[in-house]
Design a protein around this ligand. Sequence first.
Ligand code: PLP
Length: 376
Amino acid sequence: MKEQKIWLSPPHMGGSELKYIQNAFDTNWISQYGSNIDEFEECLENYLGNNSFVTALSSGTAAIHLALKLLNVEEGDIVICQSFTFVATANPILYLKAVPVFVDSEADTWNMCPNALEDAIKSSLQKGKKPKAIITVSLYGMPFKADEILEISRKYEVPVIEDSAEALGSRYKGQLSGTFGDLSVISFNGNKIITTSGGGILVSKNEDYKNRALFLATQAKENKEYYSHSEQGYNYRISNILAGIGIGQMEILNERIDQKRQNHDFYREKIAQIENIELFSEPDDDFYSNYWLNTILIKKESGTSKEEVRKKFSENNIETRYLWKPMHLQPLYCAYDFFGNDLSGTLFDNGLCLPSGTNLTEGCKDRIAKVLENLW
Ligand SMILES: *Cc1c(COP(=O)(O)O)cnc(C)c1O
């Protein structure tokens, strides 16, 4: 008999989600309005603190798109973007016919390299174009180097959009991810640390941004007795049913972070005994990762490849995946400018994501350990 599949990061319900969905049914708010949405936003505003204003949307991608709109990004504008990320970070730049400029990662965090960022800004200024925004990412839950990136942002007066889609609950110097950017984004897609099946939020520091995001997310319908529209809007609001799942998931977020971090401890202990594999971990005490996904690098000396390792897991019905393929190496994006030394390309060549579900049992961990012990 084939053993049960171990997934990379499956959804993990807490138990109270159905109660909030039931409430939407009972009150018949099967809609993009309703008390679940208000409550979900309030829950997140309380959790994030730092005077955060939260707008709940249909996806994290929608939140990035609206963040660019709020910063008035238009056709031909330059937007600087971390190359090492999921494609959803960059696509909204093209939605607006703006021009992405990609920046490499640095070794400590795998996130945007401050030096390469400064090079990208200077080059853009030399061409007589000031970038409209910088999109940084907190990849796999690891916070980006906020102090250094924000200093550059202030120096050149280019606002930061923080894509912390994967990093709810992570902290840098004690401060929660999702509260650093002029605008920040968190995703509740099915594979993230908690989920609404599909959804996302835009986080801002001022209420005007929240009101404008809400306006754009609801078809830019003006406050009149009839349907009046002077601007192009979107249908990006979250559903009241999905927001109900979100409230239930927020109740167990801290438990999920603990579980993710316990997975990391498991891998750290195991991988310490295995030559030629390196586990990606917090560089120092300034960083507190939610360890959304655990990732490894396979050293050249091992004589094997990420594909060989992936296959060995797959033979045991265990899902692993390559790291995100950087944008500067993607057919869609390789023609755009790139600043850095291709560290992210090397990470992509040698890296693999390991199962990191919050519902990994001891039995699952034993199966994973066995594969790791028998790689070579
Ligand atoms: C998941 C993800 C997104 C997109 O979020 P969706 O809610 O799936 O649209 C954006 N950026 C990163 C880094 C992600 O991992």
